[in-house]
Design a protein around this ligand. Structure first.
Ligand code: AMP
Length: 141
């Protein structure tokens, strides 16, 4: 597993503006915020992408994400936010340690800009694809 800047933050070798910590999870302010209050929530477990993360660490993050998001909203006054989670360099992941961005969205537009070019799901292709994914889900459970 490559050593990343987030491992150094977890180990206390690099400082951060910490907002939350428990035995499995750390959250801190993003050093290059898209908007005020932009926060990163990371597992202490070293996993590069979400699909590689243990169920235990995933559950630990899932348990606290809503609370941290509420805290970010309360502290900033923002009323909307995006949760962004990039996996892989092609999907804009720069730090190869799983992380969830909580990005407040403000009335002036500050926050995450999203390009969303929606297609149309073909019914028979959708049925076939859903079956393949469902089969994999059963296999990996
Ligand atoms: P991603 O493109 O999803 O991998 O996002 C990585 C994020 O980590 C970026 O938003 C960076 O600004 C942020 N980041 C990188 N180094 C640090 C650091 N030392 N402290 C806080 N945030 C960081």
């Amino acid at each position: 597993m490559p050593d990343t800047i987030f491992n150094k933050i977890i180990d206390g070798d690099i400082p951060c503006h910490k907002v939350y910590e428990d035995d499995k999870v750390l959250a801190f302010l993003d050093i290059g915020p898209l908007s005020r209050g932009h926060t990163l929530v990371i597992p202490k477990e070293s996993a590069q992408t979400l699909d590689q993360l243990s169920a235990d660490s995933a559950a630990a993050i899932g348990r606290v994400l809503p609370r941290i998001a509420q805290a970010v909203l309360s502290a900033t006054g923002a009323r909307s936010f995006n949760v962004l989670q990039n996996n892989g360099a092609d999907a804009h992941q720069e730090v190869m340690h799983v992380h969830f961005h909580i990005i407040p969205k403000y009335d002036d537009g500050a926050g995450l800009g999203i390009g969303w070019k929606a297609g149309a799901l073909d019914a028979s292709e959708g049925a076939e694809l859903a079956k393949r994914i469902a089969d994999q889900c059963r296999r990996e459970a």
